[in-house]
Design a protein around this ligand. Structure first.
Ligand code: HEC
Length: 195
């Protein structure tokens, strides 16, 4: 009786492992940006990420969300983040070219419902297999907090900060994707990327 149960459990586990292996090894699993979601993919990925960040106990921002810090955050944002996460009223072109889609941080609630510490962790460490880069080698700790405070206030940035963010879109009204201050004006009209 007990022996039968044990054999049943072992066979059951072997079938589960075999089916999962076959799903990935046979090329059935989604791998392209436009493929549909894998069963439980989003829930499992979010669960792992949230649990991991929770365990890190990042703590409270060491700086306040005053206008000077938000303005400094906007500077960091324009250079490093806007290309994927968009600007107020200007979604990024990358939204439809990536999986998962980069959240538009100035659209709707963005990440204003996440504590700044969570965005700080994500900006510092990146998100594996998502296209979200890690910025801890390129940005200082203060800059990481400044940009995290900015996105935490994505839906209520002070007017001067908003204007500063939008100054980046003046030369390219429909996209922020090709904002490259070093590109000479003449090259832009050809539509070719300079890189
Ligand atoms: C090359 C594109 C790219 C760049 C550049 C980029 N990100 Fe991201 N980011 C992503 C993607 C993709 C995700 C994953 C969205 C998801 O998990 O659904 C993401 C996720 C995030 C999230 C979590 C969003 C959410 O919905 O929970 C935050 C916050 C974030 N990025 C902040 C930043 C900041 C700040 C910068 C600049 C310092 C930046 N990102 C630069 C692509 C990018």
């Amino acid at each position: 009786m007990v022996k039968g149960l044990v054999i049943g459990i072992i066979v059951g586990i072997a079938i589960c492992v075999g089916v999962t292996y076959y799903y990935f090894a046979s090329g059935m699993a989604p791998v392209a940006v436009s493929d549909p979601l894998m069963p439980f993919e989003r829930r499992l990925a979010n669960m792992a990420l949230e649990a991991h960040i929770d365990k890190q106990h990042v703590g409270q921002p060491p700086i306040t969300a005053d206008e000077a810090n938000l303005m400094a955050g906007a500077n960091v944002y324009k250079r490093n983040c806007a290309e994927c996460h968009g600007l107020p009223g200007h979604p990024s072109d990358n939204v439809n070219m990536m999986f998962p889609k980069p959240t538009q941080l100035f659209k709707g609630k963005g990440v204003t419902d996440d504590p700044p510490a969570v965005s700080y962790w994500k900006s510092a460490n990146g998100i594996r297999l998502s296209g979200m880069p890690s910025f801890k080698k390129n940005l200082s700790d203060t800059q990481l907090w400044q940009v995290s405070l900015l996105v935490a206030h994505g839906n209520d940035v002070p007017e001067p900060v908003r204007n500063d963010l939008l100054a980046a879109t003046e030369s390219q009204p429909s996209t922020v994707n090709q904002a490259d201050e070093k590109t000479p004006e003449g090259k832009r009209s050809g539509g070719a990327r300079s890189k």
